[in-house]
Design a protein around this ligand. Structure first.
Ligand code: BGP
Length: 462
């Protein structure tokens, strides 16, 4: 087998609505939990402007066409379609995404649309958010509306971005602590909402394909101690498999159920949930991957609190179950996330053998403090290096039999990072957010843009 990727491999680039669009109140959009989220860190740039993709989408898509991508992954802001989360449709919101889709198709780029990426409409949060079962009904209404509006043109759909991270392990994303009893009920409601999305997509979108979007960080035991191995089993089962087992097998795994039992939590099922979950399944898995984590069994409760962010091993803490530790074998990026291309290959192999579904990588990339030079260049060899190493391992996984049909790294253009604001950039395209430039938000191609362009053109890693 050559070093080329499969013939019709879907090369792409990804973004989400709230991290790029800005225009947070324009054309009838309602507020979302990301607009109202408390920001304790002034490094976190506000989302009201973000990269102003809302007004720059034509330019951005034109740049993506120049890059050569076959797919563009973006999310729809639910609150642009339903400003109150449900009820009256905002036609301006429908029209906006129709324009974006048309623009993509004109450039032979297939949209891959995420239904919801961390930005629940605030009006639904006000009635209890995902704790309230009515939010599932509102999501059904929203999903049906967008499938009907765009289903003739858009064939690839993603459900809800990373419910596993957003709810189970990283409360920073929502900017608040969710009481433990609500947390797992919310998770169940998200799982049920996703099952409705599978069902609606398969009913309403001819030839439509839909998949879950987990963030997977493979978990290693810190040592060969049986207890550390048990800690990694629990963290893997909760963080990585609880979501996908429900999505792909229609059940929660026994380790997750035991974890809930030990925490004294139970999940309430409504009549009909069991049938729904056992009859509706995805067509593929859309995987987000950045890093791996290493855990040990926590033995000393002194000075330990519940972890709040899980991409940095040292922040992980769940007393009685697992505690994150430094992995001495792995390098880290500027933001303390481990870099683990071999772990990426292992993850792809593990995922494929567990679920037997085609995989598309919908996020992978390096967040860094990029610098714009005086002559408007961005030299980002570290990003090229990260992507190259991961793609080499991806190719090895494909050669070993894993069905990977696309790669859509994070991110197409610079955007507001969830944890670090604009100081952490991922894009192939630099967005100048200098005070002076704020009105224009000019775009500049980074070195990685040209590298990725070459890769797509040749279907081979340069
Ligand atoms: C994923 C999210 C993205 C993105 C990414 C990087 O979990 O789906 O929205 O933000 O993580 O995280 P950060 O922005 O904190 O670097």
């Amino acid at each position: 087998m050559s070093d080329k990727f499969p013939k019709h491999f879907l090369w792409g680039a990804s973004i989400s609505a709230h991290q790029t669009e800005g225009a947070y109140k324009s054309d009838g959009k309602g507020l979302t939990v990301q607009d109202t989220r408390p920001r304790d860190n002034h490094e976190i740039a506000d989302f009201t402007v973000a990269s102003d993709h809302y007004h720059h989408y034509k330019k951005d898509i034109q740049l993506l066409a120049e890059l050569g991508v076959k797919i563009f992954r973006f999310s729809i802001s639910w609150a642009r379609i339903f400003p109150k989360g449900q009820g009256t449709i905002n036609q301006a919101g429908i029209n906006h995404y129709q324009d974006v889709i048309n623009e993509c198709l004109q450039h032979n780029i297939q949209p891959v649309i995420t239904l919801n990426h961390f930005d629940l409409p605030q009006a639904l949060e006000d009635i209890g958010g995902w704790t309230n079962r009515l939010t599932v009904d509102a999501f059904k209404e929203y999903a049906k509306t967008v499938f009907e509006a765009y289903g003739k043109q858009v064939k690839y759909w993603l459900t809800i971005n990373e419910p596993n991270v957003m709810l189970l392990v990283d409360q920073k994303i929502l900017g608040k602590q969710i009481p433990i009893k609500e947390k797992y009920q919310q998770f169940h409601h998200l799982m049920i909402a996703e099952k409705y999305a599978f069902k609606l997509c398969h009913t309403l979108v001819q030839d439509g394909k839909i998949g879950p979007v987990p963030n997977i960080s493979l978990v290693y035991p810190a040592t060969s101690s049986p207890l550390d191995n048990q800690a990694s089993l629990y963290f893997n089962s909760v963080r990585n498999w609880a979501y996908l087992d429900f999505s792909c097998f229609g059940r929660y795994n026994t380790v997750f159920k035991d974890y809930l039992k030990q925490k004294g939590v139970s999940i309430h099922f409504e009549p009909g949930d069991k049938t729904l979950m056992q009859e509706n399944f995805p067509d593929f898995i859309a995987m987000n991957f950045y890093t791996t984590v290493t855990v040990e069994k926590p033995m000393d409760k002194n000075n330990m609190s519940e972890g709040i962010s899980d991409q940095q091993s040292e922040d992980i803490m769940d007393w009685g179950f697992y505690k994150g530790v430094t992995n001495p074998y792995l390098k880290k990026n500027q933001f303390n996330w481990t870099i683990d291309p071999d772990g990426f290959k292992t993850t792809l192999q593990t995922l494929y053998d567990r679920y037997h579904l085609p995989i598309i990588i919908t996020e992978n990339g390096l967040g860094a403090k990029d610098e714009l030079t005086d002559d408007h260049k961005v030299h980002d060899p570290y990003r090229i290096d990260y992507l190259k190493q991961h793609l080499e391992k991806c190719l090895e996984a494909i050669k070993a039999g894993v069905d990977v049909f696309g790669y859509s790294p994070w991110s197409a253009i610079d955007l507001v990072s969830v944890h670090e604001g604009m100081s952490k950039r991922y894009g192939f395209i630099y967005v100048d957010r200098n005070e002076k430039e704020l009105k224009q938000l000019k775009r500049y191609k980074k070195d990685s843009f040209y590298w990725y362009q070459e890769l797509i053109k040749t279907n081979e890693i340069p």
